[in-house]
Ligand binder design. Structure first.
Ligand code: NAP
Length: 481
């Protein structure tokens, strides 16, 4: 049995691990870059860190006593990804510099082609290419005309020296706020161009002392207990609060964000500019206990006027003012719904995934698509996303997918795909449940796909965990050889 995995980030590592646990070791990971790590390889902007505590943002199969901070910086997470891949023996299985261009299904086998040509046939393919992956540049006139350094946050060169520079940050999401807080003390002038304010949850970050790390080295069970505690807090309290399944926790969370704003920002004019007009949790919550302080520094400015255009010397706002800048950082997010783009995936009877998803990405429980036998996704359409550990989601899906793939090891089974009717009903139920969720309560966010549908998961995390415990084979079509 040969399995191809597209990507070599967290989802791919999880997929490879669970396949190997099933005894499937002929695995090839196709990675377009020259390094693994996905989002943690790409995002090296100042202040990049995970706002989920590190002892939760780790694979269950790779506990790590060495985290140095409650919420660790991006380079530490990237090292963890690499170390985990090395420990699993994955490095030799990765073909770096191979961007998948085509995958075509014929009679139980997928032919995979990358930018380096045809790579052979595989019994199953798993797309693990991540959602926050294709940088989105803003549609602003003159964006090409800027004479200084202009860069998307996910393409930042960490060697860039910002000291003494006039820096503009466009975008005030999780990324923009991290950048502002990280660079404010070293730049000459900082302007944050904010189109929409964000609710901000103050989660203090703090170092994990050597003594604590030694305790975790000596007693891994203590780390597991802490993981279980954090998982409970994030999944049954926090995630359920946002998905409407824990109203009491929601009120608590909303109050914490409002209190944070009022306690941190005294100037009523600035506070008004920073006050969202939508509910807490409608957009993905920003987590920071440093941003409000940073934006109140004397050389920092919050610009809320609309951007008219970008000129060689800086950004001109609608009121006619030119903001002179040396550097512009676009913290403007990603095309979060471009799953499997720009690949050509051709399933049974010549159906293309692009056509199948013409009106929006649809999958059976996020992991499989009718008409595409032996094709699976990690982080696929309507996966749980938000303020909790994506690694838990990826692992849960990877385990489930590995179970399905292992059924192909049985010589009698040539292909597995989800039933079209079951998939339709699942998605109808999902869309119905989406009405009335916090994400549809009156804001715009990257959760919305280009068709206006929210691509998140509307139910509780415990339902996700329960539903994904094991595949219900009645929902799948098996073709016997
Ligand atoms: P984002 O949440 O999509 O935010 C993009 C920002 O750019 C928004 O403030 C948006 O304004 C603004 N923007 C977009 N186009 C614009 C334009 N033409 N003019 C002015 N402003 C414009 O992107 P992100 O901050 O990179 O975060 C994406 C996701 O990555 C997060 O939600 C999170 O899931 C993940 N992330 C996680 C962490 C972490 O610590 N775990 C850190 C960074 C990112 P509007 O709000 O008005 O659209």
């Amino acid at each position: 049995m040969r399995v191809a995995i597209f990507g070599a980030g967290a989802s791919a590592i999880a997929a490879a691990h669970y396949l190997m646990r099933k005894g499937i070791s002929d695995i090839t990971l196709f990675e377009k870059a020259d390094e693994l790590g996905g989002t943690w390889r790409d995002n090296r902007y100042p202040g990049v860190a995970c706002d989920v505590p590190s002892h939760l943002y780790r694979f269950t199969f790779a506990p790590n006593a060495e985290w140095t901070q409650r919420c660790s910086p991006g380079d530490e997470i990237q090292s963890y990804m690499r170390d985990t891949a090395v420990k699993l023996g994955l490095i030799d299985k990765i073909r770096f510099g191979h961007e998948v261009t085509d995958a075509t299904y014929t009679d139980g086998r997928w032919a995979v082609t990358t930018t380096q040509g045809l790579q052979g046939e595989f019994d199953a393919i798993i797309s693990a290419t991540g959602a926050l992956h294709h940088p989105r540049f803003p549609d602003i006139d003159g964006i090409e005309d800027f004479a200084g350094l202009a860069c998307h946050s996910a393409r930042w060169d960490p060697g860039t020296d910002l000291s003494g520079k006039r820096v503009g940050v466009i975008g005030s999401g999780s990324t923009g706020t991290q950048i502002v807080a990280a660079v404010v003390d070293r730049v000459a002038q900082l302007t944050l161009f904010q189109r929409t304010p964000q609710w901000i949850m103050p989660l203090p970050n703090h170092p994990i002392e050597e003594e604590k790390r030694q305790e975790y080295r000596d007693n891994p069970a203590a780390m597991d207990s802490y993981y279980a505690y954090l998982a409970d807090r994030f999944n049954t309290v926090f995630a359920d609060a946002v998905s409407g399944n824990n109203p009491e926790a929601y009120e608590h969370m909303a109050q914490a964000c409002e209190n944070n704003l009022h306690a941190s920002v005294q100037d009523p004019v600035l506070r008004a500019k920073l006050t969202p007009d939508y509910k807490v949790g409608c957009k993905r919550l920003v987590v920071s206990d440093t941003f409000y302080h940073a934006i109140q520094q004397p050389h920092a400015q919050l610009e809320t006027g609309a951007i008219a255009r970008i000129e060689p010397d800086g950004v001109r706002t609608d009121d006619g003012a030119l903001h002179d800048l040396d550097v512009i950082i676009f913290a403007t997010g990603f095309y979060a719904h471009s799953i499997c783009h720009p690949m050509h995936i051709t399933g049974r009877e010549g159906i293309s995934l692009n056509e199948a998803w013409n009106e929006g990405n649809v999958a059976y429980r996020s992991v499989a698509v009718p008409g595409f036998p032996n094709f699976f996704l990690i982080g696929g359409p309507n996966s749980p996303i938000g303020n909790f550990s994506y690694l838990m989601t990826a692992e849960t899906q990877a385990k489930y997918v590995a179970e399905l793939v292992s059924k192909l090891g049985n010589a009698e089974v040539q292909s597995i795909e989800p039933d079209a009717g079951v998939t339709r009903r699942y998605n109808a139920e999902l869309r119905e449940a989406m009405h009335g969720t916090i994400w549809t309560s009156g804001c715009d966010s990257w959760y919305f796909d280009p068709h206006g549908r929210v691509a998140s998961y509307p139910w509780s995390y415990s339902r996700f965990a329960e539903d994904m415990k094991a595949p219900d084979m009645r929902d799948f079509k098996l073709v016997r050889a």
